[in-house]
Design a protein around this ligand. Structure first.
Ligand SMILES: C[S@@+](CC[C@H](N)C(=O)[O-])C[C@H]1O[C@@H](n2cnc3c(N)ncnc32)[C@H](O)[C@@H]1O
Length: 299
């Protein structure tokens, strides 16, 4: 996948979702320089230990990718040859029950990628009004039973607050019995995680900043893991890859002020069967790649 960034000596990339450093390592091994960003200090420690031997070719910084422009300016960087967003949470985060992302293992209802962030999943579940919970489950989880689940949470909350992941997962399972392999709480957990980390808004704000930072020919690679993220990426790239825009009420098309990308592939790429076999979590992944055109954009 990192081959879409065409890594080579002399190029500089931002891996805005450093995680365990797997993608950064692929770029570094081709001789490129990489700045890795992650809001999770545990990911930074892991990636630093793994990639420290690349010395001054690799730097890891803690921060939210929403602030990537400010972070790059602070360290004196003004342009990139590529930027990678491998969205969502890492397997390290899911597998660590203490982080609260997994409905399979008991752990605190936390779900913050940045452990210093203010709001945890428990705070949302135990304090949000019913309507707000139903909205979160419907909008961020596309859960059809959002109202029923929100109402059951409110009832249960009157007796006892939710503290544990499996406690919440159990309540959801009592309302939506298991069908097939997917746990019935999957969508509720996804919704909470998105809300806790404000993921969709952060993604929109970040995409809007990227054209100012990519050099002509530089590439943006985004891997998303659910349709809500992918929809945002797809519509953003569509908006920025048309030279003209047209509306029925206009006498003729006008030039598009956002035009700055060429789509490297028209459709999002899905993983091959073999890839899914070796990494089942990749089954819902979608990859999109765009190349910065040599066109000025307004900051
Ligand atoms: C899917 S993992 C990346 C895995 C990585 N590409 C690898 O090869 O190991 C996503 C990582 O991005 C981080 N992340 C997600 N949203 C972020 C944000 N808004 N700002 C900074 N880091 C974020 C998560 O903490 C997680 O470590």
């Amino acid at each position: 996948m990192t081959h879409y960034l065409a890594p080579e000596p002399g190029k500089l990339f931002l891996d805005a979702t450093l995680g365990g450093g797997g993608h950064s390592e692929q770029l570094l091994s081709k001789g490129a320089k990489v700045i890795g960003l992650d809001q999770d200090p545990a990911a930074l420690s892991f990636a630093r230990a793994r990639l420290g031997h690349y010395d001054d070719k690799f730097g890891a910084i803690q921060g939210n990718f929403r602030d990537f422009g400010e972070i790059l300016s602070t360290i004196g960087i003004s342009g990139l040859d590529g930027l990678l967003l491998d969205l969502g949470i890492s397997s390290h985060q899911v597998d660590n029950a203490e982080r609260g992302f997994s409905f399979n293992k008991p752990g605190p209802l936390d779900m913050r990628m940045d452990p210093d962030a203010e709001v945890t999943a428990a705070e949302l579940i135990n304090n949000c009004p019913e309507e707000e919970l139903a909205r979160v489950f419907y909008e961020y989880g596309e859960e059809r039973a959002s109202r029923r689940i929100a109402s059951a949470i409110i009832e249960r909350r009157k007796e006892k607050f939710f503290e544990c992941t499996t406690d919440l997962a159990g309540l959801v399972e009592s309302i939506l019995p298991r069908r097939g392999k997917k746990h019935p709480a999957t969508r509720i957990f996804q919704a909470l995680r998105i809300a806790v980390n404000n993921e969709l808004r952060v993604l929109e704000e970040t995409l809007a900043e990227i054209p100012q930072w990519l050099r002509p020919g530089g590439r943006l690679v985004v891997i998303s893991f659910h349709s809500l993220e992918d929809r945002i990426v797809k519509s953003y790239l569509r908006r920025c890859s048309k030279s003209k825009i047209d509306r029925p009420e206009w006498p003729e098309p006008k030039s598009n002020p956002n035009y700055c990308f060429k789509l490297v592939m028209q459709k999002g790429l899905i993983p091959s069967r073999d890839e899914v076999k070796s990494n089942p979590r990749a089954r819902s992944a979608r990859l999109r790649v765009a190349e910065r055109l040599p066109i000025e954009v307004q900051p």
